[in-house]
Design a protein around this ligand. Structure first.
Ligand code: 2RA
Length: 329
């Protein structure tokens, strides 16, 4: 497979290269792509050195697959141009996620909707991916009426600039700000910009993308997304109300048998998910599973995942693996 990684020099792009190598994806030719200012830079992949190329040069090389993580506008401008030459684009930006003609895919949940005709496929938002990985099997069994989620998001979701801001604040240096406020010793109740309804884009992604991926607009979702000074991954406190009753042991059993989900849930041994230990892993970790004693047919849980891996790079590459395995590319 001739594979282009568009945004190869960014945080997610670098993890894409790492995961492609780790999973031994059948790359016959790698095409690292970035903005003009990075053209010519050298990257290492599986012991070989590759030079970063510009967009049009990459298109001219006619890749089979292009993994995009280069921002929404770049995707809007360039993904159709790759698709025109027959490349299948898997895009990690928000550009195409809610486009009714584009598929929004978490392979463990809805990869079966993919066809050869899908030339631009949307990778969901990181905080959505980890949540739906847990919600989908429970919805199937108990039918979710409503989900209330509070997220505690890693600064790596914002990118290198945010990581640098935290490092500077640790060192007492006033440097470039990724956020309006200090992130060290702080929690910022804003991830992305605000929409008319007073929610941030990040919060509305959790609402809209969840309904599209699970394929059920009757699932009511409301969210609060918070940025906190961690780097290992996103954490989410989730309250679910079901149409039907459940037992906690059965919920644990269902999740234990869900591919890509790991249950870490034992208060006697202080076992629960934490971003410090989820970092670098591809699983979605769930714990603190307990009945909501204030409401019938409801429970609380805690969901953690590495937002750069299953939340972005790994999910995109799993989509590519599905396409290859099913001769859709
Ligand atoms: C964030 N999910 O964490 C968004 C984009 N990666 O900022």
């Amino acid at each position: 497979m001739k594979v282009a990684v568009v945004g190869a020099t960014g945080m997610v792009g670098e993890v894409m290269l790492q995961v492609l190598a780790e999973r031994n994806f059948p790359v016959t030719e790698l095409i690292p792509v970035a903005s003009e200012k990075s053209v010519g830079k050298e990257l290492q992949y599986k012991g070989n050195t590759y030079k970063v190329v510009g967009m049009q040069d990459a298109i001219n090389m006619r890749p089979d697959i292009a993994l995009f993580s280069a921002g929404g506008q770049t995707s809007l401008d360039w993904a159709p141009k790759f698709a025109e030459v027959g490349t299948t684009v898997i895009d990690n930006s928000s550009a195409w996620r809610m486009d009714p003609t584009k598929k929004l895919v978490v392979p463990e949940i809805n990869a079966s909707i993919l066809t050869k005709e899908d030339k631009i496929i949307a990778n969901p938002n990181c905080s959505t991916i980890q949540m739906v990985m847990v919600l989908a099997p429970l919805h199937q069994k108990y039918k979710i009426k409503r989900a209330i989620v509070s997220t505690y998001q890693s600064i790596t979701g914002t990118g290198v600039k945010a990581v640098k801001q935290l490092e500077n604040e640790y060192a007492g240096i006033q440097g470039e700000m990724a956020y309006k406020y200090p992130i060290h010793r702080n929690a910022i109740p804003q991830c992305d910009v605000f929409e008319e309804n007073g929610y941030t884009k990040e919060e509305m992604k959790l609402v809209r993308e969840t309904q599209k991926i699970i394929g059920d607009k009757t699932i009511a979702v409301t969210a609060t997304a918070i940025r906190i000074p961690v780097v290992g991954g996103h954490s989410e406190a989730v309250n679910l109300e079901f149409e039907n009753d459940f037992s906690i042991s059965e919920v644990r059993e269902i999740l234990h048998h869900t591919t890509g989900v790991v249950v870490q849930d034992n208060t006697d041994t202080y076992t629960y998910p934490m971003p410090l230990y989820a970092q670098g892993k591809d699983d979605v970790f769930v714990g603190r599973i307990r009945r909501d004693e204030s409401q019938a047919n409801s429970l609380n849980m805690w969901i953690v995942a590495d937002n750069l891996r299953k939340g972005a790079a790994t999910n995109a590459i799993q989509i590519a693996e599905y396409l290859v395995a099913n001769n859709l590319v």
